[in-house]
Write a protein that binds this ligand. Sequence first.
Ligand code: SF4
Ligand code: SF4
Length: 318
Amino acid sequence: MIRANPLPNSNQMKLFKKLELFYNWVFTDKKTTAAIDVTSHCNLKCIHCYWWKEEHPPELTDDEMIAFMKKLRGEGLVAALLYGGEPLLRPNICEAASKIFDFTLIFTNGTLGFPEIKCQWILSLDGTREIHDKIRGEGVYQRVINNLLKTSHQPIVHITINQHNKNYIGDFLQEMNRQEIKKRIRKIGFSFYTPHMGSEDRELFIPLEERDRLVDELIAYRGKYKSIMGFTRRMGYHFKQTGGFSGWNSLDKCPKNETCTFYRSDGSVKPCTYGANADCSRCGCALVATYQAAFKDWDPASLMIINSLTNFSSISST
Ligand code: SF4
Ligand code: SF4
């Protein structure tokens, strides 16, 4: 008797798609990813935000944005990174993106909760309550933590290290490691503040020599907080001046530009998520360091982090 080959189930399909995405990142020069500012508005005004330093075009309407995203998908972009402003000010667009693209990551400030959308949430936190509220506004930390404690989506927490929070990373990790928070998050990712070209930005930017020391501090924290640290020794190498930093810190060498196109909220193209004036020579982007460690060096620990960025299961299904 001849048996028909069974169709792949949805988990197998997800795995195929993920392998195809990784294959394209490593072995082809195909662009796979659209980073889209889905809105030019935000409900916060954080003191470290590049967003407020720039002019923003008007937004595409909902219909126009959905048609635009479908066009990008039709052109072969299978992954979307949704930025703002705050993307959840347009929840219908976030939801539509999750249906159009195979992989959707949404960067949120967490104040509007984590609706039932098939995506990986990236939640920005800047430190413990005192630091977070100093940067983002009074009462914001508690609102976000309340939302986090209610969700089953396991966001990846992301912290941008800057002059305000650099001395409190240990306190922050201790807080995130509390059982009730730890079980709600997937990992913690670490970027360093990226200044704009021509600006010293002493209030926020950490000079590269000092950053090298902070990288060592993060690596040391892996011993105590391994299960939540989204930072590997090899990623640390790619942030260091004595390491791989010069291998990617310019527009033409940055791997984000090889794999991704960045769009403003009117659909026009911009050079980087951090805006047109971001200073690549002082960049602190975690995504780039992770990519370099995972796909240039084949570091297993960094590959696991990339894997967690493309796993969209919730607590209830893990
Ligand atoms: S929530 Fe994000 S986009 Fe909004 S002000 Fe803060 S850093 Fe900027
Ligand atoms: S600022 Fe950083 S992430 Fe942006 S293009 Fe430059 S090196 Fe890449």
